[in-house]
Design a protein around this ligand. Sequence first.
Ligand SMILES: [Zn+2]
Length: 321
Amino acid sequence: MDSVNGLISKSLCQQPLFSFGVIADVQYADIPDGHSFLGVPRYYRHSILVLQRAIKKWNTCSNLQFSINFGDIVDGFCPKDDSLTAVRKVLEEFATFNGPVYHMIGNHCLYNLARCELTSLFKIPSIDGSAHYDFSPTPGYRIVVLDAYDISALGWPHDHPKTLAAKLILDEKNPNTDKNSPEGMMGLDQRFLMFNGAVGEKQLKWLDDILKESTEKEQKVIVCCHIPLNPDVTPLAALLWNYDEVMEVIYRYKCVKACLAGHAHEGGHSIDSHGIHHRVLEAALECPPGFDAFGHIDVYDDRIHLIGSNRLANTEMVFTS
Ligand SMILES: [Zn+2]
Protein backbone atom coordinates (compact mmCIF):
# COMPACT_ATOMS: atom_id res chain seq x y z
CA MET A 1 0.00 0.00 0.00
CA ASP A 2 1.33 3.43 -0.90
CA SER A 3 2.08 5.85 1.87
CA VAL A 4 3.48 9.33 2.18
CA ASN A 5 5.15 10.35 5.45
CA GLY A 6 3.41 7.46 7.12
CA LEU A 7 -0.07 8.45 5.94
CA ILE A 8 -2.11 5.91 4.05
CA SER A 9 -2.76 7.14 0.51
CA LYS A 10 -6.09 8.86 0.06
CA SER A 11 -6.02 7.78 -3.59
CA LEU A 12 -7.61 4.49 -2.64
CA CYS A 13 -10.88 6.04 -1.58
CA GLN A 14 -11.27 9.11 -3.82
CA GLN A 15 -12.08 9.50 -7.48
CA PRO A 16 -9.44 11.43 -9.46
CA LEU A 17 -10.51 14.62 -11.25
CA PHE A 18 -8.95 13.15 -14.39
CA SER A 19 -6.27 10.65 -15.38
CA PHE A 20 -3.79 10.35 -18.23
CA GLY A 21 -1.23 7.86 -19.58
CA VAL A 22 2.52 8.58 -19.62
CA ILE A 23 5.51 7.04 -21.40
CA ALA A 24 9.01 8.36 -22.16
CA ASP A 25 11.94 7.57 -24.42
CA VAL A 26 10.61 4.68 -26.51
CA GLN A 27 13.60 5.23 -28.88
CA TYR A 28 12.47 2.46 -31.18
CA ALA A 29 14.73 1.31 -34.02
CA ASP A 30 14.71 -1.88 -36.06
CA ILE A 31 18.31 -2.67 -35.09
CA PRO A 32 19.98 -5.17 -32.69
CA ASP A 33 20.19 -4.39 -28.97
CA GLY A 34 23.01 -2.10 -27.89
CA HIS A 35 24.01 0.04 -24.94
CA SER A 36 24.38 3.65 -23.88
CA PHE A 37 27.68 5.57 -23.71
CA LEU A 38 27.86 4.46 -20.06
CA GLY A 39 27.17 0.81 -20.92
CA VAL A 40 23.48 0.62 -19.95
CA PRO A 41 21.74 -1.97 -22.19
CA ARG A 42 19.25 -0.63 -24.73
CA TYR A 43 16.57 -2.79 -26.33
CA TYR A 44 15.68 -0.97 -29.55
CA ARG A 45 13.21 -3.52 -30.97
CA HIS A 46 11.63 -4.43 -27.64
CA SER A 47 10.75 -0.83 -26.82
CA ILE A 48 7.84 -0.76 -29.25
CA LEU A 49 6.45 -3.84 -27.46
CA VAL A 50 6.57 -1.81 -24.23
CA LEU A 51 4.55 0.89 -26.01
CA GLN A 52 2.06 -1.71 -27.28
CA ARG A 53 1.58 -3.05 -23.75
CA ALA A 54 1.22 0.52 -22.45
CA ILE A 55 -1.60 1.27 -24.86
CA LYS A 56 -3.31 -2.06 -24.20
CA LYS A 57 -3.23 -1.26 -20.49
CA TRP A 58 -4.35 2.37 -21.00
CA ASN A 59 -7.26 1.20 -23.14
CA THR A 60 -8.46 -1.07 -20.33
CA CYS A 61 -8.56 1.95 -17.97
CA SER A 62 -11.78 3.55 -19.15
CA ASN A 63 -11.08 6.74 -17.22
CA LEU A 64 -7.91 7.88 -19.07
CA GLN A 65 -8.72 11.17 -20.78
CA PHE A 66 -5.52 11.40 -22.87
CA SER A 67 -1.90 10.27 -22.89
CA ILE A 68 1.41 12.12 -23.08
CA ASN A 69 4.51 10.95 -24.92
CA PHE A 70 7.56 12.62 -23.35
CA GLY A 71 9.66 12.48 -26.53
CA ASP A 72 12.43 10.49 -28.23
CA ILE A 73 10.12 7.98 -29.92
CA VAL A 74 12.83 6.87 -32.40
CA ASP A 75 16.52 6.33 -31.64
CA GLY A 76 19.40 8.24 -33.22
CA PHE A 77 20.90 4.93 -34.41
CA CYS A 78 17.88 4.29 -36.63
CA PRO A 79 19.25 4.14 -40.21
CA LYS A 80 18.41 7.52 -41.80
CA ASP A 81 16.61 5.93 -44.73
CA ASP A 82 14.28 4.26 -42.23
CA SER A 83 13.59 7.35 -40.08
CA LEU A 84 10.22 8.30 -41.51
CA THR A 85 9.02 4.67 -41.56
CA ALA A 86 10.11 4.18 -37.94
CA VAL A 87 8.45 7.40 -36.72
CA ARG A 88 5.24 6.48 -38.56
CA LYS A 89 5.33 2.96 -37.11
CA VAL A 90 5.51 4.32 -33.55
CA LEU A 91 2.80 6.89 -34.26
CA GLU A 92 0.57 4.12 -35.64
CA GLU A 93 0.92 2.36 -32.29
CA PHE A 94 0.02 5.56 -30.41
CA ALA A 95 -3.01 5.92 -32.70
CA THR A 96 -4.47 2.71 -31.25
CA PHE A 97 -4.98 4.54 -27.94
CA ASN A 98 -8.63 5.40 -27.32
CA GLY A 99 -8.03 9.11 -26.87
CA PRO A 100 -5.79 12.01 -27.88
CA VAL A 101 -2.02 11.64 -27.55
CA TYR A 102 0.08 14.73 -26.84
CA HIS A 103 3.64 14.53 -28.12
CA MET A 104 6.82 16.45 -27.42
CA ILE A 105 9.99 16.57 -29.47
CA GLY A 106 13.18 14.97 -28.11
CA ASN A 107 16.76 15.09 -29.35
CA HIS A 108 16.51 11.59 -30.85
CA CYS A 109 13.46 12.67 -32.85
CA LEU A 110 15.58 15.53 -34.21
CA TYR A 111 18.45 13.20 -35.16
CA ASN A 112 15.98 11.49 -37.47
CA LEU A 113 13.72 14.19 -38.91
CA ALA A 114 13.64 17.96 -39.23
CA ARG A 115 11.58 19.87 -36.70
CA CYS A 116 8.99 20.95 -39.28
CA GLU A 117 8.35 17.32 -40.26
CA LEU A 118 7.99 16.32 -36.60
CA THR A 119 5.54 19.09 -35.66
CA SER A 120 3.40 18.01 -38.60
CA LEU A 121 3.59 14.26 -37.84
CA PHE A 122 3.00 14.88 -34.11
CA LYS A 123 0.09 17.24 -34.94
CA ILE A 124 1.61 19.90 -32.68
CA PRO A 125 -0.06 23.29 -33.18
CA SER A 126 2.99 25.20 -34.41
CA ILE A 127 3.84 28.77 -35.32
CA ASP A 128 7.19 29.24 -37.11
CA GLY A 129 8.32 25.76 -36.06
CA SER A 130 7.48 26.17 -32.36
CA ALA A 131 6.50 23.06 -30.40
CA HIS A 132 5.16 24.41 -27.09
CA TYR A 133 1.47 24.37 -26.25
CA ASP A 134 -1.01 24.02 -23.43
CA PHE A 135 -4.44 22.59 -22.78
CA SER A 136 -6.92 22.41 -19.96
CA PRO A 137 -8.37 18.92 -19.39
CA THR A 138 -10.66 20.19 -16.63
CA PRO A 139 -11.42 23.77 -15.52
CA GLY A 140 -9.18 23.57 -12.44
CA TYR A 141 -6.08 22.26 -14.23
CA ARG A 142 -3.80 23.16 -17.10
CA ILE A 143 -1.10 21.07 -18.75
CA VAL A 144 1.81 23.07 -20.19
CA VAL A 145 4.10 21.33 -22.70
CA LEU A 146 7.45 23.07 -23.15
CA ASP A 147 9.69 22.88 -26.22
CA ALA A 148 13.11 21.96 -24.79
CA TYR A 149 14.82 22.27 -28.19
CA ASP A 150 13.54 25.75 -28.96
CA ILE A 151 17.16 26.94 -28.88
CA SER A 152 19.08 23.98 -30.23
CA ALA A 153 21.78 22.97 -32.65
CA LEU A 154 19.43 20.16 -33.72
CA GLY A 155 16.41 20.27 -36.01
CA TRP A 156 16.37 23.86 -37.25
CA PRO A 157 17.91 24.69 -40.66
CA HIS A 158 21.73 25.13 -40.40
CA ASP A 159 21.57 28.90 -40.91
CA HIS A 160 18.49 29.49 -38.71
CA PRO A 161 19.01 32.16 -36.00
CA LYS A 162 18.12 29.57 -33.33
CA THR A 163 20.79 27.15 -34.63
CA LEU A 164 23.33 29.97 -34.57
CA ALA A 165 22.26 31.05 -31.05
CA ALA A 166 22.64 27.44 -29.82
CA LYS A 167 26.08 27.10 -31.39
CA LEU A 168 27.20 30.33 -29.73
CA ILE A 169 26.12 28.97 -26.33
CA LEU A 170 27.92 25.67 -26.93
CA ASP A 171 31.09 27.40 -28.13
CA GLU A 172 31.08 29.65 -25.09
CA LYS A 173 30.27 26.99 -22.49
CA ASN A 174 31.74 23.76 -23.87
CA PRO A 175 35.49 23.70 -24.67
CA ASN A 176 35.39 20.27 -26.36
CA THR A 177 35.49 19.69 -30.12
CA ASP A 178 32.74 17.10 -29.66
CA LYS A 179 29.94 19.24 -28.23
CA ASN A 180 28.27 16.11 -26.85
CA SER A 181 31.28 15.49 -24.60
CA PRO A 182 31.32 16.89 -21.04
CA GLU A 183 35.03 16.11 -20.65
CA GLY A 184 36.70 18.53 -18.27
CA MET A 185 33.42 20.29 -17.47
CA MET A 186 32.45 20.60 -13.82
CA GLY A 187 29.16 20.71 -11.92
CA LEU A 188 26.22 22.45 -13.57
CA ASP A 189 28.35 23.37 -16.63
CA GLN A 190 28.05 19.73 -17.71
CA ARG A 191 24.58 20.51 -19.07
CA PHE A 192 25.98 22.45 -22.02
CA LEU A 193 25.93 19.52 -24.41
CA MET A 194 24.52 19.40 -27.91
CA PHE A 195 21.89 16.80 -27.00
CA ASN A 196 20.30 19.31 -24.61
CA GLY A 197 18.75 22.67 -25.46
CA ALA A 198 17.04 25.76 -24.09
CA VAL A 199 13.66 27.49 -23.91
CA GLY A 200 13.93 30.73 -25.90
CA GLU A 201 12.88 34.22 -24.80
CA LYS A 202 9.59 34.23 -26.71
CA GLN A 203 8.60 30.90 -25.17
CA LEU A 204 9.57 32.15 -21.69
CA LYS A 205 7.25 35.13 -22.21
CA TRP A 206 4.50 32.76 -23.40
CA LEU A 207 5.05 30.62 -20.27
CA ASP A 208 4.79 33.71 -18.07
CA ASP A 209 1.51 34.69 -19.77
CA ILE A 210 0.08 31.17 -19.38
CA LEU A 211 1.00 30.98 -15.69
CA LYS A 212 -0.44 34.46 -15.06
CA GLU A 213 -3.70 33.42 -16.71
CA SER A 214 -3.74 30.10 -14.81
CA THR A 215 -3.27 32.00 -11.55
CA GLU A 216 -6.16 34.31 -12.39
CA LYS A 217 -8.35 31.29 -13.21
CA GLU A 218 -7.18 29.50 -10.03
CA GLN A 219 -5.89 26.60 -12.11
CA LYS A 220 -3.17 24.22 -10.97
CA VAL A 221 -0.50 23.56 -13.59
CA ILE A 222 1.51 20.47 -14.54
CA VAL A 223 4.55 21.34 -16.68
CA CYS A 224 5.84 18.71 -19.12
CA CYS A 225 9.23 19.02 -20.80
CA HIS A 226 11.44 16.42 -22.51
CA ILE A 227 14.51 17.68 -20.61
CA PRO A 228 14.41 17.82 -16.77
CA LEU A 229 14.20 21.22 -15.07
CA ASN A 230 15.78 20.42 -11.71
CA PRO A 231 19.41 19.45 -11.03
CA ASP A 232 18.46 17.15 -8.13
CA VAL A 233 16.38 14.81 -10.30
CA THR A 234 18.79 14.11 -13.16
CA PRO A 235 22.47 13.67 -14.01
CA LEU A 236 23.72 17.23 -14.63
CA ALA A 237 24.60 16.28 -18.22
CA ALA A 238 20.86 15.84 -18.93
CA LEU A 239 19.60 19.18 -17.59
CA LEU A 240 17.97 21.97 -19.64
CA TRP A 241 20.55 24.68 -20.50
CA ASN A 242 18.40 27.44 -19.02
CA TYR A 243 16.50 25.42 -16.42
CA ASP A 244 17.15 28.30 -13.99
CA GLU A 245 15.40 30.86 -16.24
CA VAL A 246 12.41 28.55 -16.71
CA MET A 247 12.15 27.91 -12.97
CA GLU A 248 12.50 31.65 -12.28
CA VAL A 249 9.33 32.21 -14.35
CA ILE A 250 7.58 29.29 -12.64
CA TYR A 251 8.52 30.63 -9.17
CA ARG A 252 6.81 33.98 -9.93
CA TYR A 253 3.52 32.13 -9.44
CA LYS A 254 2.22 29.42 -7.13
CA CYS A 255 0.17 27.52 -9.69
CA VAL A 256 2.76 24.98 -10.90
CA LYS A 257 2.59 21.85 -8.76
CA ALA A 258 4.66 19.35 -10.72
CA CYS A 259 7.21 19.24 -13.54
CA LEU A 260 7.39 15.95 -15.47
CA ALA A 261 10.18 14.98 -17.88
CA GLY A 262 11.92 12.21 -19.81
CA HIS A 263 15.43 12.23 -21.36
CA ALA A 264 17.35 11.07 -18.21
CA HIS A 265 16.59 7.38 -18.58
CA GLU A 266 17.03 6.12 -15.04
CA GLY A 267 14.20 8.35 -13.76
CA GLY A 268 13.90 10.15 -10.45
CA HIS A 269 11.82 12.27 -8.10
CA SER A 270 12.67 15.36 -6.08
CA ILE A 271 10.88 18.28 -4.46
CA ASP A 272 12.48 21.69 -4.95
CA SER A 273 12.83 24.59 -2.51
CA HIS A 274 9.41 25.94 -3.59
CA GLY A 275 7.66 22.62 -2.95
CA ILE A 276 7.30 21.75 -6.64
CA HIS A 277 7.60 18.06 -7.50
CA HIS A 278 10.00 17.04 -10.27
CA ARG A 279 9.54 13.55 -11.69
CA VAL A 280 11.65 12.11 -14.50
CA LEU A 281 10.07 9.03 -16.06
CA GLU A 282 12.08 5.83 -16.49
CA ALA A 283 12.79 5.05 -20.18
CA ALA A 284 10.84 2.42 -22.12
CA LEU A 285 14.02 1.78 -24.16
CA GLU A 286 15.95 0.37 -21.22
CA CYS A 287 13.40 -2.29 -20.23
CA PRO A 288 14.77 -5.81 -20.79
CA PRO A 289 12.39 -8.12 -22.67
CA GLY A 290 9.26 -8.71 -20.62
CA PHE A 291 9.68 -5.58 -18.49
CA ASP A 292 7.76 -2.35 -18.86
CA ALA A 293 8.13 1.37 -18.12
CA PHE A 294 4.88 3.26 -18.54
CA GLY A 295 2.12 4.41 -16.29
CA HIS A 296 -0.81 6.67 -15.72
CA ILE A 297 -1.33 9.65 -13.50
CA ASP A 298 -4.42 10.17 -11.37
CA VAL A 299 -4.92 13.88 -10.71
CA TYR A 300 -6.62 15.09 -7.55
CA ASP A 301 -7.19 18.54 -6.12
CA ASP A 302 -4.30 18.24 -3.67
CA ARG A 303 -1.92 15.79 -5.34
CA ILE A 304 -1.10 13.68 -8.36
CA HIS A 305 -0.46 9.96 -8.15
CA LEU A 306 1.77 8.25 -10.71
CA ILE A 307 0.94 4.57 -10.95
CA GLY A 308 3.66 2.80 -12.90
CA SER A 309 4.38 -0.58 -14.43
CA ASN A 310 7.25 -2.64 -13.03
CA ARG A 311 10.20 -0.42 -14.09
CA LEU A 312 8.37 2.86 -13.53
CA ALA A 313 8.10 3.60 -9.83
CA ASN A 314 4.82 4.60 -8.21
CA THR A 315 5.05 8.17 -6.94
CA GLU A 316 2.53 10.09 -4.92
CA MET A 317 3.17 13.82 -5.28
CA VAL A 318 1.31 15.71 -2.56
CA PHE A 319 1.12 19.48 -3.09
CA THR A 320 2.65 21.53 -0.33
CA SER A 321 0.48 24.60 -0.87
ZN1 LIG B 1 16.30 12.87 -25.00
